[in-house]
Design a protein around this ligand. Structure first.
Ligand SMILES: [Zn+2]
Length: 476
């Protein structure tokens, strides 16, 4: 019997609003513990929450970008449970009437595309943060995170593999970054993904018992955790065992999931409407206002770059992975660079420098018009491509303009025929064996001569001239 995996994702996104969702405390992640707090986010009895409008605006933007219906009337509810990081003994969330529902996200996977249904996106508050790393058997709690605006985005069980889950998370993060509603920093917990995984015999409509994998720190971790969980469940089912519905953690070092606790059902939480907050009424005008402010989304931008600049699907994909990267690219082109060459230098050479420095394009010292100027130096024959790479590396560290680097270091390409002829004659004179081989018809030796001449000109020889003069002087 063949099994099929059925996977749904729940993603919690911390929305980058300046203040918390129900009070005016700042949301700064780096503040010292328990400094961004007030009676409301400390859960003091009698403190009254007020909903943050910016949170609602940004949640509507996410909903619209995911093709959701925005509810004209929704409400907040209390989700009751006890845990040390939840001082009120309930979390304010949304239960049966979420702000956004019934959307979809198109993902690209294995060369095709697939639609993943979005069940809902609802607003809630983050909890405080427990830490057990204080030493001496002591634990601490930091209420700075308590009340940070959180949007939970839930998919339909449409995902069938760990790779699809990874593609979904990548596409979702891309949209959130384009909307500029979250920094999506997984290490700081701004984006947290959980996966529900079950197996069923292929062709069956009924779902199997699911487990939920939580607290995974990276997208690749989520992919590995799902792969592990599919294999674990399949082994249990094949040997006649039963799957227990539970929450499982992910041990990244050992590459395994492990049982954490039995999963509660909705009725365990005793949801009821939050009596301290009025319902949220979003009229047509409000929704339209947010819709008009939406930026061009990743998929649309990718298609436009392909059409407008003649980019390959791959280049357009790489460039539009981040909005800042795409903005940078379009600035380089606007500064007069050839679109395809700009794409190539950006996705290969500049990207390599950024990766090595672990830097974001926004912190890059190479200004878009400076990159365009560098490409122009290649086009006009002032420097060759090899030297240009060195110049770019120098621009990347010093922030200098390409012209001043080329002048200061004397990197101008040698296009003086006489100088190249001298170098060619020298190399030929010093390599009698290679000359003999070449004359016998060993074409491969030609590359040796080119290398030697470039070496003699410190890499600055005009490659085309070097080739021409070598051919002429070597004869056959
Ligand atoms: Zn507060």
């Amino acid at each position: 019997m063949d099994y099929e995996a059925v996977i749904g994702m729940e993603v919690h996104v911390e929305i980058n609003s300046k203040s918390k969702v129900f009070c005016s405390c700042p949301t700064d992640f780096h503040a010292p513990p328990n400094t961004n707090v007030c009676p409301i986010c400390l859960g003091m009895p009698g403190a009254l929450p007020v909903l943050n409008r910016d949170m609602v605006n940004k949640s509507i933007a996410v909903g619209l970008a995911l093709g959701c219906k925005i509810s004209r009337w929704s409400k907040m509810d209390r989700k009751n449970y006890f845990y040390p990081d939840l001082a009120k003994n309930y979390q304010i969330s949304q239960y049966d009437l979420p702000l956004c529902d019934n959307g979809a996200l198109e993902i690209e996977v294995d060369g095709g595309s697939k639609r993943i249904g979005i069940t809902r996106a609802h607003m809630e508050e983050d909890t405080a943060r427990n830490t057990h790393a204080l030493g001496g058997g002591q634990s601490g709690i930091d209420f700075n995170r308590s009340g940070v605006p959180l949007l939970e985005i839930v998919t339909e069980p449409d995902i069938r593999s760990a790779r699809e889950a990874h593609a979904y998370l990548t596409a979702l993060k891309q949209i959130l970054q384009y909307l500029d509603v979250s920094d999506c920093n997984m290490e700081e917990g701004s984006l947290r993904a959980e996966a529900n995984i079950s197996l069923r015999p292929k062709g069956h409509a009924e779902f199997g018992v699911k487990t939920e994998v939580k607290n995974v720190a990276s997208f690749s971790g989520v992919q590995k955790a799902i792969e592990f969980e599919i294999a674990r469940q399949e082994q249990i089912l094949r040997s006649g065992g039963v799957i227990i519905q539970e929450t499982r953690g992910w041990d990244a070092d050992r590459g395994i999931t492990f049982s954490q606790r039995k999963k509660e059902s909705a009725h365990d939480y005793r949801y009821f409407p939050e009596p301290d907050l009025p319902p949220i009424v979003v009229d047509d005008a409000w929704e339209q206002r947010i819709r008009h402010q939406l930026p061009e989304l990743p998929m649309a931008r990718k298609q436009r770059l392909e059409a407008q600049y003649g980019l390959s699907g791959y280049d357009a994909h790489v460039i539009t992975l981040s909005r800042n990267f795409a903005d940078y690219y379009e600035k380089v082109v606007a500064s007069g660079a050839d679109p395809k060459k700009a794409a190539n230098w950006l996705t290969v050479e500049l990207q390599a420098l950024l990766s090595e420095a672990k830097a974001e394009i926004t912190a890059c010292r190479v200004a878009p018009d400076a990159l365009a100027a560098l490409l122009k130096l290649i086009d006009t024959g002032e420097i060759n491509g090899k030297i240009a790479k060195e110049v770019l590396a120098e621009m990347f560290t010093s922030g200098q303009s390409p012209d001043s680097i080329v002048q200061e270091k004397g990197l101008n390409q040698i296009s003086d025929t006489g100088a190249i002829e001298d170098a060619v004659k020298q190399v030929i004179g010093a390599s009698p064996n290679q000359v003999a081989q070449y004359k016998e018809g060993k074409e491969k030796v030609f590359g040796y001569f080119v290398g030697q001449v470039m070496k003699a000109t410190q890499g600055k020889g005009n490659p085309q001239l070097v080739n021409e003069i070598l051919r002429r002087e070597l004869g056959r």
